[in-house]
Write a protein that binds this ligand. Structure first.
Ligand SMILES: [Zn+2]
Length: 436
């Protein structure tokens, strides 16, 4: 195979010895399919619903019970477990070299309302399985290990964003699908919303972050590939757009004396579509919601409220698209007499994964005889925020027919085992070879 050798040979002191250990480990260690399958089935009981999926939204009783259950198994694997200030479950195990920063890996156990049994859960149980495999083999890594199950991934990635100081105080007041506000929810998970700012971690305080996740799209399944090597996660920006015109009588106001907010909005929607489509690149832009006021058949709308969303693999790409759209909005203001105001309300950072970790994931798959392909992630993940702290890598496994965020979401156990083995090997490759 020789793959392990390619990861190492860094010339660092101790690298040769580490190579021998790692090489032996990578060949002998593997996820236990029946244990992994059993734990996924157990996890699926927390918040199970009639449809065969789960309602385990962040901060719900089911969310809390699932985390407590996870905590027990992580302790069995020799980890000490705590909840940080935003309720992230953090399990720690010391390494043999105290001078090294921790390698973090994990996922999330919360779901969307009416979710399936794989999103977040595959990565959470995969990380737990890696912990158990290492414990059973009596292998202590050089780096400290941190397994993390992030808070409220599905409702705004609160846990991971707080680690980089991106959660704004107003978010604590937002009511979630659990019925609790985010602030109340953080308290329920053992966090302290009054100390939100202290949850932040320093850039460079982690050696790396790895996450195993289902693809949530149909590419791997349709192409018959075992492993997706994630190149990055697209960034998302969203704005509220308000078009102001003048409300007036739809019968008595001549066509040349109108400031019709709906006409301005219609031109804006078309402009958004054209700009995103006609500019070179892979950006996408969408007006997903539109409401006219006062909203009566016989009244010229004086105001239209819309949303604008733009996604791209680079934030610069999003900014460029936005600037082009804004320029078009100014043209529309001139030609229709309406005015636009635009207010950004959501940002989710584009996050390229680390080039060296991509290679390691690819080589790990190769060494296990698994096929792999490189791909972007159109869905958001906690790794986006963690990428501000350290190099990140993500491993995708196939989603059957690409179904996700629904009870029919499914990934074959064999694929989950494959992904877990690649997670294990990649972790050991980082641990022994480092990213230096
Ligand atoms: Zn997820």
């Amino acid at each position: 195979m020789g793959a392990t050798g390619a990861w190492l040979g860094t010339g660092l002191p101790g690298a040769a010895a580490a190579f021998t250990v790692s090489s032996g480990l990578a060949q002998s260690l593997a996820a236990d399919s029946s244990r992994l399958g059993e734990r996924l089935r157990m996890l699926a009981t927390f918040g199970a619903n009639q449809a065969g999926g789960i309602d385990r939204v962040a901060f719900s009783d089911a969310n809390i019970e699932a985390l407590d259950w996870c905590e027990g198994h992580l302790r069995e694997a020799g980890f000490s477990v705590e909840r940080d200030l935003v309720g992230n479950l953090v399990a720690r195990k010391a390494g043999t070299d105290p001078s090294l920063d921790p390698i973090m890996f994990g996922s999330h156990v919360d779901s969307v309302p009416g979710g399936g049994n794989y999103d977040g859960q595959v990565g959470s149980m995969g990380a737990m399985e890696v912990a158990v495999v290492l414990a059973d083999a009596n292998h202590t890594t050089r780096h400290p290990l941190e397994i993390v199950y992030f808070t409220n991934e599905e409702g705004g990635k609160t846990g991971s964003r707080a680690l980089v100081g991106e959660v704004e105080p107003f978010e604590l007041e937002i009511e979630t699908a659990s019925g609790y506000t985010i602030g109340e929810g953080l308290q329920r998970l053992g966090g302290d919303p009054d100390r939100l700012a202290d949850a932040r971690r320093d850039a460079g305080s982690l050696a790396a972050f790895l996450e195993l996740h289902i693809e949530q799209g149909a590419v791997l399944d349709q192409d018959g590939m075992d492993i997706g090597v994630v190149e990055g996660i697209v960034g998302i920006m969203r704005w509220n757009v308000v078009v102001d015109g003048m409300t007036n009588h739809a019968g008595t106001t001549p066509m040349d004396r109108r400031q019709d907010a709906m006409v301005g909005a219609a031109r804006f929607v078309t402009a958004v579509h054209r700009v995103a489509r006609d500019t070179p690149g892979r950006q996408v832009a969408t007006v997903g919601r539109l409401e006219a006021e006062p909203g009566a058949p016989n009244v010229i709308p004086g105001r239209v409220r819309m949303t604008l969303e733009i996604r791209d693999l680079s934030m610069e790409g999003i900014e460029r698209t936005f600037d082009a759209i804004r320029a078009r909005a100014e043209d529309i203001e001139e030609s229709t007499g309406v005015s636009f105001s635009v207010d950004q309300f959501y940002i989710s950072r584009a996050a390229p994964t680390d080039l060296r970790i991509r290679d390691m994931i690819e080589q790990s798959a190769d060494a296990r005889g698994l096929s792999s392909m490189r791909m972007p992630s159109g869905a958001g993940h906690d790794a986006q925020s963690i990428a501000l702290l350290c190099p990140v890598g993500m491993i995708f496994v196939p989603s059957v027919r690409g179904i996700s965020h629904a009870p029919d979401e499914r990934t074959e156990l064999a694929d989950i085992v494959n992904g877990t083995n690649v997670l294990l090997d990649t972790l050991l490759a980082i641990d022994t070879g480092g990213l230096g």
